[in-house]
Design a protein around this ligand. Sequence first.
Ligand code: ADP
Ligand code: ADP
Length: 226
Amino acid sequence: MYLTLHGVGKSFKNNTDEPVRVLENIDFDIKKGQFVSIVGPSGCGKSTLLYLISGLEKVTEGEIQVAGKKVTGPNPNRIVVFQEDGLFPWATVLDNVTYGLLLKKKPKQEAKEKAIEMLKTVHLSKYIDAYPHQLSGGMKQRVSIARALVMEPDILLMDEPFAALDEQTRMTLHNELIDIWKKTKVTILFVTHNIREAVTLSEKVIVMSTRPGKLKNTFTINKSED
Ligand code: ADP
Ligand code: ADP
């Protein structure tokens, strides 16, 4: 198993109040290359779960392992794509995608070539010199996906990345994401409150109940090969 959660729980301590219990006894695992969705109502702890897997937050109980290693902190092998694109407004599309590779000390030319190739994959070759404010919402999310994928993460964690988009753009990006997944074979964990989105996109759907979030049900989608 590639990603394993075992007995994971999370409470937040505020200074005055009792600790707020957000997640309770979460157990599941994902195979390498799988596309899995987690669906549940707003506030049930889906984002928190992604933060724990990414290492941005620490578990209160239990353990998370990715590729056989215990998650202890943030790591560029586990990248979160958020609803808000989080692009640098002062940098071009190309520079936004190249940035992480340069941080990883990749040679400049190699980083640039990889970024250009990835932007081709998300159909943005024509916009590499544009700035984020010149792009539509859908295009900005494509840049975010390219920026994440160019790092060749072990797992791509997606937190309602298309929730702010109109229905038509969202459908286009669903198809593109499935194509990208097939092409790159990246492992994807996709969080959404929209059951239709979860079923459309993934091979396996994990359902969470209301707070404190617990797993309720898991089902596999049988899709005919196209
Ligand atoms: P979802 O993504 O399913 O909408 P979240 O993971 O964002 O849910 O939040 C679940 C609950 O956890 C929220 O209702 C919120 O009250 C609580 N929560 C999240 N982050 C914190 C925090 N840093 N401190 C205290 N409570 C938090
Ligand atoms: P939205 O997110 O606004 O619904 P899309 O991301 O689906 O839009 O973009 C639709 C198309 O509109 C794009 O493929 C692109 O050709 C064009 N487009 C959108 N914004 C711009 C822009 N700022 N400059 C040039 N073309 C654009």
